[in-house]
Design a protein around this ligand. Sequence first.
Ligand SMILES: [Zn+2]
Length: 326
Amino acid sequence: MDSSHPLECFRCGAEHRFEPPFCPECGQVSPGLVAGGDLSVIVEDVASEKLRALLLTKIKAWFRQVDSLEADQKLKRGRWVLVSGVEEESGNRLVEALRSIKIPARLGREPGWPQALWNGSLIISAIAGLFAAFSGPLWAFLFFLTAVAAPVMGGMRKLRQMRPVIAAQFRDPHANEWFALGRWYSDLLHRLEPEDAALLKAVAGAVFDLRNRLSQPTLIATAAGERHGELYQKLHDTLATALDISRRIAECAPADRDPLRTELAQALDLLAKTQTWFRGVEQEGVKKTENLVEDLDQITRSIDRIVGEARAPETRSGLREPDRVT
Ligand SMILES: [Zn+2]
């Protein structure tokens, strides 16, 4: 697929306003979501200026915190490391996404010192070594220094060049959880009736929208402060609950689906109300921090209620299981 929109899903082509953890249309995990490991994504020389510009836009969309100036400079200098310290699945996904826009990339290991020392400066080193052997003591010492320093300097240059654009701290500590949710989501989309799939997509879209608003440098996000992490977790829980309700919709008899659909609709309703609240505060921008914190607390309590109520019938249905067999 030749995707040119910076936030286009490389799997299904759906366009997004911001980079979601996974695509609400198909469940494809974002290439920017990477988990820790010992591999690197290496980008080969990109000759075309147009392709380089597209790549830079994509990188900025996938990794919001990236230093675009550094990325831009590296792009012009042949082979470079986009991200290092990633596990295989994340790395392969990123490579696939890069190849979908015709960027030559591969998964590999970064060069360490032994490989870095093996560079072009070794020729200088060899010549200096030869001169050292046939010179007087002072000149021999100077040539000897050159012979040692040349490959080290060359190695340092090589290592600097191979320093990844995306540093380890950019990795999402919850990446594995999102991978699992993305897989579950994608599987459910195939098993649900179209109207139920649409409802689940709406819930995912709302959760991602709120998650994105929380990550912006806004007054609310600041007010959320320590609750920031907690709210992220609540949003994650809401989505996991919605997935669980959807799973039960997919698995139960058609006659039993309506109460579950109502639960899902209630979760969506709460998310929509929260979105309206967020938008209101973002536009007004005058609320006091204490009031924001109070409102945020109320939101987390509401989410807890939805998550708690949705889980309760699950336990009851487990007890009623024999009655439900059709
Ligand atoms: Zn997609």
